[in-house]
Design a protein around this ligand. Sequence first.
Ligand code: 13P
Ligand code: SF4
Length: 429
Amino acid sequence: MATKSANLCSDELTWDPWAYDAPPDTPRAPVYGAGASQWDAIPASAPVQTEIPERYRRMSADGLERRIAGAKATLGSRLVILGHHYQRDEIIRWADFRGDSFKLSQQAAARKEADYIVFCGVHFMAESADILAGDHQRVILPNLAAGCSMADMADEAQVLSCSRQLGEALGFEPPPVIPVTYMNSSAALKAFCGERGGVVCTSSNATRVLEWAFERGERVLFFPDEHLGRNTGVKLGIADDAMTVWDPRRPLGGNTVDALRRSRLILWRGWCSVHARFTVAQIEQARRDHPGIRVIVHPECRREVVEAADLDGSTELILETISSAAPGSQWAVGTEINMVNRLAAEHPDKQIFCLDPVICPCSTMYRIHPAYLAWVLEALVDGEVLNEIVVADRVKLAARVALARMLALPGRAGRPMTGAGTEAGPCVA
Ligand code: 13P
Ligand code: SF4
């Protein structure tokens, strides 16, 4: 259990993650939990975790460690555990591969020898793994309630409605927009892009992907992260008045037909509650308190925050940059707290801290607690697959097209991004 502190953004962070599970006789509505903003309304269709058996809830940290180690050793090469950088330390230590969502999708595509891919991350990442994995592979998300509030800000019906309205306003032929979805989206939206000449991007390759899209059409619809879209548009030199926001709750997204005609980049109104917390004032404070400090932030932060920082990039880019920095260097980081604290612990020769003084982790990433990992791994040893993520075949085929377009693009070294170990182009300011 987390320790209560005045510095936490919510008292709920002191709860155990199974406080959100649904016992069989007490149906529970899905919730994001601590840290989600009042605007993050969770869709009723979001999965709710059924109750984890009591024996796992009661186990000590040492007991869970022994159970996970034992199950992992028994499963051997039949199992691969993937861990996103935002996972807590007690989870990331078991990951065979750590990475940002791009690198982990490469690993999911490359590890064909494993029967089971246990994804310690969030729902859209496990879905992408299932899309890219072989038919013989089973993908498991240890806690089904580990969603992403940003991914849930665009659903298929809303995007279809947007596409129809854009067609009516701007004409259907040629298609008015090339759709580009951020990796943080449902498989259905990746399929939408695959079927309409569109593509997926991650925070590590958004610039290259948007260039690809603009080679194929004069206008791009980017969803669901307004900020990553705008930050990338700025890097590509798109004028402010050619970027417009689409609010799915308003007719024509809240735009006039003229504004849509002038636009080159239409940005879905969606955001990450964790990265929306970072401010220019925090950066100014860090620079006052630590002269010479470098500020690095994730491109899900607002434009003014990215512009006030020295660098921005994916979690992997943040990790690479700080890991290879000179001893004695100082870093203020604008991304999730588990990753920042781990970087600080792994590099005691550098000063590394989170820009936000209030502790507010990604509440859904945090739901992957060792108890859930022990539970799903021991079930696998017993021949039972729990919490499997299965994308329907029709959706999978179309979504794979959009992901394959991204993976075929050249990375930093000019090679296709497909194989594990190749590099994606960074979004460095
Ligand atoms: P990365 O792809 O940079 O790891 O970002 C994923 C994410 O969800 C950040 O909030
Ligand atoms: Fe989603 Fe934000 Fe969590 Fe990333 S940090 S998984 S964008 S809610």
